[in-house]
Design a protein around this ligand. Sequence first.
Ligand code: NAP
Length: 468
Amino acid sequence: MLINGEWQEGREYFEVRNPYDGSLLRKVPLSSKLDVEDAVLSAKKAAAIMADLPAHKRSAILTNTSRLIENKKKEIAELITGESGKAIKYSTGEVERAIQTFQFAAEEAKQIHGETVPMDASPNSEKRFAFYQPFPIGIIGAITPFNFPLNLVAHKVAPALAAGNSVVLKPSSYTPLTSIRLAEIMMEAGLPKGALNIVFGGGSTVGEWIVENENLAMISFTGSPPVGKRIKERAGMKRVALELGSNSASVIEPDADIDRAIPRCIIGAFSNAGQSCISLQRIYIHEKIFDEFKGKFIGAVKKIKVGNPMETDTEYGPMIEEKEAVRAEEWIKEAVDRGAKVLWGGERKGGIIAPTVMTDVKRDMKVVCNEVFAPLVTLIQYREFEDALDMVNDSRYGLQAGIFTKDIHKALDSFKKLHVGGVIINDVPTFRVEHMPYGGVKESGTGREGVKFAIKEMMELKLIVFNL
Ligand code: NAP
């Protein structure tokens, strides 16, 4: 555990294992309630230090972190693949994204400022002068999932520190090792003691102790919708940002460039074994091009290499745990029993599910209406563009959607009508870069990440009025 800038042992430990070969990677301390309280106390002391640290110093720490991660790109990518099972090419991509996340945060740290208020606009304040300024909110409790163990931690820690806050982090119990490495790097980068504290353990214990702690100002959570709901219920008066899941969709219009859409849909549906919050789960294809798209898509799926995530040409490896693969297999079976067709895949070997393409699905099948979080995609025909948009909206989630069309009117129509946080034209919903506002509506969450936007959520506006 990292408390007050010191690495601490625990009374009990839990094992972190490689999901591909089951090998033991490391034992990690299981934090007690007292450890969590110590971590919060340490963050409380550091919050005052961070709030006093000038912007250029906060920026320098974040720039140093970005550079140090860049120097250790290969080592960190291998660590991510080891503990999460993510294919190495995508782990390398995740490290590259985290380098940018820290760099954007370094730049944004220098841009935080307020504005004057035109007080003479009201007859009641003619002779007054006022301005407001954002101040750090205090201690941020960051709780993160397994699927991006570096960059999703970066999307909380980097903006929190850029804003002048301190952090208590609880990473996923599947993937705590990348957080340990990141903290070592941040200390080398010059982070003040206690500005980042890390505790380990299950969500229902350590996670909830963080959520309920009165000293915290905000909980920033990324994970599943049921846990997000529970956190919101238990967080009291704290600010809560929730980045949750989805059953994201794409629409393929007849004027779309199919050969450009297919490789993007393959990545969108299958990278990281479908274990991404914006994984492509539903593809709505216009009836005029359905057969052509289906044929070309299956042709591309057949070429996907699944297996050892350390091999550079592997697209994806195992799911995080075998029980998750078993769950996905059961959902496939449930759909087949109700008349769905498996066009390709459907089999499971241990924790690995073959790339699976289904059609003839119904809107209330689990593979359509729930977040499948597995390498599985459904192909659904439509006739009218309006109907396709309605089907995309027919979801309790709303994170991002991808629309493939050359028609600007249809693009703008989808922007207006889709109930999501982001509409991606001529790409899959799975597209994300670090400085864009990112987040969902409905059960996909509240609040926005993307460095500049997260900083805003992690600060409080304060006003000063001079009576002249
Ligand atoms: P999860 O089961 O919800 O866990 C996420 C984190 O919450 C873990 O650290 C977990 O701890 C902790 N947790 C569990 N129960 C908790 C509780 N009662 N109180 C406080 N913390 C608790 O999610 P996951 O399986 O790791 O990740 C997959 C989910 O994350 C998917 O739904 C995916 O869509 C979503 N996700 C969303 C985004 C986004 O940006 N919108 C990005 C990535 C993933 P332990 O696991 O250690 O017990």
